[in-house]
Design a protein around this ligand. Structure first.
Ligand code: UDP
Ligand code: MG
Length: 139
């Protein structure tokens, strides 16, 4: 059950810069399959629920404002060791610290506008996937 899915978003900066295609290409090339996908815009309230774990952090207001500032692509990805391997593919939260060749190194604009989200645990991958997708939307 656990270990083979992760949840990702291409954030508003990634969409705005026309990087949906290049980012999806990297995801597929790294061996992930797309189990579910949608293109949508979050309200600030929805972004706030998604990032509720960060409610007490100083960047919470900026983060939820930013995540609701334009459309995003949400997806469930599948692969063995999906969470760990996807965190490796996206790189560090701060793009100046991200390894060469990672999605954030290549596409992120800043620590806030950092191109993509990736789940940090199997448990959160399931919670985050359920936030966006019903069973009928998964293939
Ligand atoms: N973030 C921010 N400033 C910070 C830390 C994080 O704006 O100092 C934003 C950034 O967009 C990040 C998100 O909040 O991706 C969630 O933070 P987290 O620590 O979970 O990083 P991630 O898991 O996305 O690497
Ligand atoms: Mg995180």
């Amino acid at each position: 059950m656990t270990g083979n899915i992760t949840f990702t978003m291409i954030k508003p900066d990634g969409v705005e810069a026309n990087n949906i295609g290049p980012i999806l290409a990297m995801i597929n090339k790294a061996g992930f399959k797309i189990l579910a996908m949608k293109y949508m815009r979050l309200t600030q309230e929805q972004a706030g629920s998604f990032y509720a774990v960060h409610k007490e952090r100083p960047f919470y207001g900026e983060l939820t404002g930013y995540m609701s500032s334009g459309p995003i692509v949400a997806a469930i990805l599948t692969k063995d060791n999906a969470v760990t391997d996807y965190r490796k593919l996206i790189g560090a939260t701060d793009p100046t610290k991200a390894d060469e060749g990672t999605i954030r190194k290549l596409f992120a604009k800043s620590i806030a506008a950092n191109a993509v989200h990736g789940s940090d645990s199997d448990e959160n991958a399931i919670i985050e996937s359920n936030f966006f997708f019903s069973q009928l939307e998964r293939f």
